[in-house]
Design a protein around this ligand. Structure first.
Ligand SMILES: [Fe+2]
Ligand SMILES: [Fe+2]
Length: 144
């Protein structure tokens, strides 16, 4: 079994790590149930998740462009895939068919995997551009 906290590792870019941390906190606020019990609270939380996730993607994509990250297009494609999937869940919510537990599992799992496999690569590139040592060893450190 994985220790979930160990998967929420640091990239070594403090601003992006803080954004991931806030995203995980938002995902943790999704109800761990198969149905929505408080539609108003869910609507407000989902709006914040959508806003902040898009904000985070925009920040990363801006960073990658500024530092001329070679695999920018593939990374942006990953973000677009997650946006699409979130859009499907938001449609489910509008149809009153959202399973919040499933959304929580998807978002948390996606962010863990994406940050470990993809964000870690652009982070190492930026650290190299800045002349900092790559912090891949920090990848297994829990955030808190
Ligand atoms: Fe990220
Ligand atoms: Fe990313």
């Amino acid at each position: 079994m994985h220790d979930e906290q160990n998967e929420r590792y640091r990239l070594g870019l403090p601003d992006m790590d803080a954004q991931h941390h806030y995203l995980y906190a938002l995902f943790d606020r999704l109800e761990p149930s198969a149905t929505v019990t408080d539609a108003a609270a869910a609507a407000s939380l989902l709006a914040e998740i959508e806003r902040y996730l898009l904000y985070h993607f925009a920040c990363e994509e801006h960073l990658m462009r500024m530092y001329k990250f070679p695999q920018f297009a593939a990374h942006q494609g990953d973000h677009a895939g997650a946006e699409n999937k979130l859009g499907q869940f938001l449609n489910d919510f509008e149809q009153r068919q959202l399973n919040p537990a499933r959304l929580r599992l998807f978002l948390t799992g996606w962010l863990m995997e994406h940050s470990r496999l993809s964000d870690a690569v652009y982070a190492a590139w930026i650290q190299q551009c800045r002349g900092e040592p790559a912090l891949s060893a920090a990848a297994s450190e829990p955030l808190d």
